[in-house]
Design a protein. Structure first.
Length: 226
C-alpha cells in the first residue's frame, strides 16, 4: 500500500476514549460520577493537540457523554469509533461488565491495522492502549483484554509508575494534592504514547452496518457483521 493510501479523515478524532459510565445510585438524586473521566479527556486532548500540532478544525479526541449506560448508537459515536486512529479503553471492574464498552472495543479491534511505511514500531505497540483506570484483579480480566499490552509509563521518577499501577488514574485523581504530580506525569506519557501510535500506525476506517450484532461481551470468535 502506497503512503498516500494511508489517509486519515481530518474530521475524525485522533483518539477514542472508551469508559464505563457510572452514577451513584445511593445519592438522592443520583449523582454523575464521571467528572474524573472528563478531566482526563480534557488534559489528554490538550497534550495531543500540542504534540501533533493539530490545526484549526482538527479534533484531538472523542468521548461519549450522551449515553446513559448505552441507550443509543448515535451517528457521532459510530463515526468516531469507525475512524479514530487510537483507542483508549479505561479498564475498571465496571468497564469489563459493560455491554456497551464491549461493543466499542469490538468495533475498533475489528478494524485492520497497518504499520506506516518507513517508521520504527516497538514490539507490542498497537493503537489499542488499555489504561489502568481503577484496579482490577488479574483473574477478572478477560483473555481478549489481557492479551493487549496495558499502558505502563516509563522514564519517570521511580515512585510514579508504582502509584499508577496501584491506584489507577481514578485513584490518582482521588488523592488530591498527593496524587496530582503522578497524575500529570502519567497523562503526559499517555499523550506521548497516543501521538506515537498515530504516527506509526494506520487503522482502516470501518463502520458496521448493524450495531446490534456487535459483541456485548469481551470475547473472540467468528464475526457476523458486514
Amino acid at each position: 500500500m502506497a503512503e498516500d493510501e494511508f489517509r486519515v479523515d481530518e474530521s475524525a478524532p485522533v483518539f477514542f476514549l472508551s469508559y464505563a459510565r457510572t452514577r451513584n445510585q445511593v445519592a438522592a438524586p443520583s449523582r454523575d460520577t464521571n467528572k474524573n473521566v472528563r478531566q482526563l479527556f480534557i488534559d489528554l486532548s490538550d497534550h495531543v493537540v500540542e504534540l501533533l500540532g493539530l490545526g484549526p478544525g482538527r479534533t484531538a479526541g472523542f468521548v461519549d457523554e450522551l449515553l446513559d449506560g448505552g441507550q443509543l448508537w448515535t451517528d457521532d459515536l459510530a463515526f468516531a469509533s469507525g475512524h479514530a486512529q487510537v483507542f483508549i479503553p479505561l479498564i475498571s471492574p465496571q468497564y469489563l461488565r459493560s455491554e456497551w464498552c464491549a461493543r466499542e472495543w469490538d468495533v475498533f479491534t475489528r478494524r485492520r491495522v497497518l504499520t506506516r511505511p518507513g517508521v520504527d514500531s516497538s514490539a507490542g505497540e498497537t493503537p489499542v492502549i488499555p489504561v489502568n483506570w481503577s484496579v482490577v484483579e488479574r483473574r477478572e480480566v478477560p483473555d481478549v483484554v489481557s492479551r493487549r499490552q496495558m499502558f505502563s509509563p516509563t522514564r519517570l521518577p521511580s515512585d510514579i509508575a508504582p502509584q499508577y499501577h496501584d491506584e489507577g488514574i481514578y485513584g490518582l485523581l482521588s488523592l488530591g494534592k498527593n496524587g496530582k504530580d503522578a497524575y500529570d506525569a502519567v497523562v503526559w506519557r499517555l499523550a506521548q504514547r497516543i501521538a506515537r501510535a498515530y504516527r506509526t500506525h494506520w487503522v482502516e476506517p470501518w463502520v458496521p452496518t448493524d450495531m446490534r450484532q456487535l459483541r456485548d461481551t469481551f470475547e473472540e470468535g467468528p464475526h457476523d457483521v458486514d
